[in-house]
Design a protein around this ligand. Structure first.
Ligand code: HAM
Length: 426
């Protein structure tokens, strides 16, 4: 048993850590529902071909990082490395034409075989949002504002929004011709990774983190200069609308993102506090993906937030659990079974009720309730059970006497009155 451990790059999330996850998720989900965005759930396991066609065969994600295996029926399966391709597949498969405009979110585990480090895991979690069927620059602004506001609602500061435009397919083909020429002339000055990408995925070279390559790239042709008038207009409209909303941004012409499906707007939100894995959110427009995967021509835009990174950034106040409202101290055969019934009744009032199941002495159960900082306690022992009643009191030493009440198990009106006065139950 000693040798059994979780796999490298995966983590167990224990109850104490999950308090923060749950609090963060609650705030995020409230914001999504206020924005009328609906949830979609797709399988974690998909056909490998989905990601090859959707994300691009030459991307790092597909060529180096996927968890791919043959199942017992010899089908090639992959644990999803991201959610966008799956959402596109699900919509095509379930008849996107009948519902061409959809605002969707998903949350769950993703898998990439990367080198684990702080903020980077092999099994990690994403919150993704996809706006399907929306063409306008306004939809891009709404998506970016949504990501910005989710991070803001969690009190995360010092965020940096970086934007770029990748133009449309034509713009990129025009750029690629002269970029390839330039790359071949300057090949020897590039790092080996970038050299390998020249014939496979030249655009990704722009995103190189190699310092020497970055410096050489300063003199490379710029995609921006190959954009059509229409693409230029889109991009300047985007910047104008962000300014109207007072969402600060910086332009990063080297931001090309690691997945091949992007067109026009690409963006990332980073936070210095995260160290080397600074990107908490990444997204962009992907107008060609759905068509390329066999669906109708459908523009779309979306983003994903890395939840592990979000949790690292969210404040300590979110680590605090909601207090137990009532701790039921009970002992004795009849008392114990009455206590179960009482706990079920109280939970129907939407109160957090902990029933002590230890069978320990009253004083030990008191200590436990104290440690939990329960707002109140119920005591039910043999004496109370015989009279079909219980004692309820606020667990506050100062007001011990005046807040204590003996209530009959059948007197719900008296119970509700006590709860509404002392635990603000409505
Ligand atoms: P992505 O940039 O590959 O985009 O991932 C989005 C976010 O997921 C990253 O910014 C990061 O916070 C988190 N993330 C990625 N890899 C890891 C990892 N190994 N460990 C921890 N966190 C990680 C996408 O996945 C696109 N599907 C986003 C999108 C949606 N674009 C359009 N719609």
């Amino acid at each position: 048993m000693n040798n059994l451990k979780n796999l490298r790059g995966t983590v167990d999330l224990l109850p104490d850590q999950l308090i923060k996850w749950q609090n963060v998720e609650k705030i995020v989900l409230e914001q999504l529902s206020r924005s009328s965005i609906k949830e979609i759930r797709t399988p974690i396991l998909e056909m490998t071909e989905l990601f090859i066609r959707g994300i691009g065969e030459e991307t790092d994600v597909v060529s180096k990082e996927m968890y791919t295996f043959l199942d017992r029926g010899e089908r090639s399966c992959t644990l999803r490395p991201e959610g966008t391709a799956s959402v596109a597949r699900a919509l095509i498969q379930n008849g996107i034409s009948s519902n061409p405009h959809q605002k969707l979110w998903y949350m769950g585990p993703m898998f990439r075989y990367e080198r684990p480090q702080a903020g980077r895991q092999r099994q990690f979690h994403q919150l993704g949002v996809e706006f399907i069927g929306y063409q306008s620059v306004r939809s891009e602004v709404e998506i970016i504002a949504l990501a910005w506001d989710i991070l803001g609602k969690l009190g995360i500061k010092e965020l940096n929004l970086e934007i770029n435009t990748l133009g449309d397919l034509n713009d990129r083909l025009n750029f690629q011709k002269s970029f390839l020429k330039w790359l071949n002339i300057n090949k020897d000055s590039l790092d080996s990774d970038s050299q390998n990408r020249i014939n496979k995925n030249p655009l990704r070279i722009l995103d190189s983190k190699n310092i020497q390559t970055k410096k050489v790239l300063e003199n490379a042709p710029r995609l921006f200069n190959f954009l059509s008038d229409k693409s230029h207009k889109r991009y300047s409209d985007l910047k104008n609308q962000l300014e109207v909303l007072q969402i600060p941004y910086v332009e990063n012409f080297n931001l090309v993102r690691g997945l091949d499906y992007y067109t026009h707007t690409a963006f990332e939100i980073t936070c210095g506090a995260l160290g080397s894995q600074a990107t908490v959110c990444g997204g962009g427009r992907y107008d060609d993906l759905i068509k390329q995967m066999g669906g109708p021509n459908t523009p779309a835009i979306g983003f994903a937030i890395g939840l592990e990174r979000l949790i690292l950034l969210a404040g300590k106040e979110l680590e605090v659990p909601r207090n137990t409202d009532i701790y039921i101290i009970n002992q004795g055969l009849i008392a114990e079974s009455l206590a179960i019934d009482l706990a079920r009744k109280l939970r129907n009032y939407d109160l957090i009720v902990e029933l002590d199941l230890s069978g320990a002495s009253f004083s030990k159960q008191f200590k436990k309730a104290n440690k939990l900082r329960s707002k109140s306690i119920i005591i039910i022992g043999d004496d109370e059970a015989a009279k079909k009643e219980f004692t309820i009191r606020l667990f506050d030493k100062e007001s011990f006497d005046n807040k204590e009440e003996v209530i009959s198990l059948e007197n719900d009106i008296k119970l509700e009155k006590w709860l509404s006065i002392n635990l603000s139950f409505k």
